[in-house]
Design a protein around this ligand. Structure first.
Ligand SMILES: [Zn+2]
Length: 421
């Protein structure tokens, strides 16, 4: 018999919920409502009474009521679990046909819909021998990012509604649109959600907890020269493009996205345009530490000064704008949120590890909106590709982690101390 969580994933993955870049409205695609409505229906069938669909923006909110007596329930935190409805715009999500490779025996996995698509055996895949592996047929992505997260949360809800004797505080559920296009939190109702903190279930490897994201800034560097007719330009023309080119040559080799990894930050020129008169360059600054960010900003300032010295008559302007901040700033003030997740994983037989995300996350944005939200593994591998896969074991461990977390918070949530949450 297939585990329930796999059945759910297969059902949800077949529904096209691909989001779209550069749409002003949320959700960016109407079809995300199809899954949102199905989940509303299924939550009600599971006996969850407080279910709400944001008819305009596609968010689903639900509450699994506490089983603790009211006074005790009020003393422990309301815990949220969040996953996203949409799939990445980078690979087709239309007509997804999930394939369950039962009882994986090792070796490569050839996808039946396209002989060119083969998932090569690797250490992560090999560790899943004996589990069922879910893939697409090779012509689309699978969308386990993040339907594995939705399936895990829904399976946990099913557990809770069929185990009313277990002691639990209030549990809040949310499914959000448009995470893949950066708008997942645009209309998230933090107040109405009513959780003290939450966990997104949108990570990869078994045991992964993301409690950090980059600090992110964008620098706009302008190079102002002096233009005139090139036929009569001798001694007059000051071409800003040469200054921009020189500035680009000053980026340190060891501080680029293509030369850094792990906890290293980077400087990344990503957009350049202009003419003789005026050139404009956008540079992304990324670092996990505030000191690292400050140093990168200072370095750009030195590069600007050096360029002005080298090109008399060119004025280099530098403006640095904040994009988002490392969620560790928030989560660091609530250490128990991550510590309890680690405990829940250990209880499920999983060795937890902390992962610093080299980007931003919806959880980071939510953290700064007042809802501390680290990210937990859902098990997906190779997301945003036709070779995406997820194992039944990883998803079952995600379910166990969620169920354990709810129980642990009910048992330990009102422990005294300044870091209560
Ligand atoms: Zn995701």
């Amino acid at each position: 018999m297939k585990p329930k969580v796999v059945e759910r994933l297969v059902r949800y993955a077949a529904i096209d919920t691909q989001s779209k870049e550069e749409e002003l409205r949320v959700p960016s695609t109407e079809k995300q409502f199809t899954l949102a409505r199905l989940l509303v229906e299924e939550l009600r069938e599971l006996g969850v009474r407080e279910v709400r669909l944001d008819e305009e923006h596609g968010y689903v909110y639900a509450t699994v009521p506490a089983t603790l007596p009211p006074a005790e329930a009020a003393a422990v935190p309301a815990v949220g679990f969040i996953a996203h409805l949409d799939t990445s715009p980078s690979v087709s999500g239309t007509g997804v046909r999930p394939v369950v490779h039962e009882n994986y025996a090792g070796g490569d996995i050839a996808l039946p819909g396209d002989p060119a698509q083969v998932i090569r055996e690797n250490p992560v895949l090999r560790s899943q021998v004996g589990a069922d592996i879910v893939t697409s047929d090779g012509t689309t992505l699978l969308g386990a990012d993040d339907k594995a997260g939705i399936a895990a949360i829904m399976t946990a809800v099913q557990y809770w509604t069929t185990h009313p004797a277990e002691r639990r505080g209030t549990i809040r559920i949310a499914f959000t649109p448009d995470e893949e296009v950066g708008n997942g939190t645009a209309f998230f109702d933090v107040q109405g959600f009513g959780a003290d903190f939450a966990y997104t279930v949108d990570g990869g490897d078994i045991g992964e907890i993301s409690d950090e994201t980059f600090h992110a800034q964008t620098a706009v560097v302008t190079f102002a020269g002096r233009n005139t007719h090139p036929g009569y330009a001798k001694g007059i023309l000051v071409n800003s493009l040469y200054a921009a080119g020189h500035f680009l040559s000053l980026f340190p080799e060891g501080m680029k996205p293509e030369t850094t990894e792990g906890r290293e930050g980077y400087l990344h020129p990503h957009d350049l345009g202009g003419n003789e008169e005026l050139a404009r360059l956008k540079v992304l600054l990324r670092d996990f530490e505030t000191e690292g960010m400050a140093a990168k900003g200072a370095l750009l300032g030195e590069m600007a000064a050096e360029t002005e010295r080298r090109f008399p008559g060119v004025t280099v302007g530098l403006e640095i704008i904040d994009s988002y901040r490392n969620m560790k700033e928030v989560l660091g003030r609530h250490p128990r949120v991550v510590a309890m997740a680690e405990r829940a994983m250990r209880q499920a037989g999983v060795t937890p590890f902390r992962h610093a995300v080299r980007g931003g996350t919806d959880g980071a944005r939510l953290s700064f909106m007042g809802l501390p939200t680290p990210n937990l593994f859902a098990g997906m591998q190779n997301p945003h590709s036709k070779l995406e896969w997820v194992s039944s074991r990883a998803m079952e461990l995600a379910v166990a982690t969620i169920v354990n977390l709810a129980r642990l918070w009910a048992e330990n949530g009102n422990a005294p101390g300044p870091d209560r949450v």
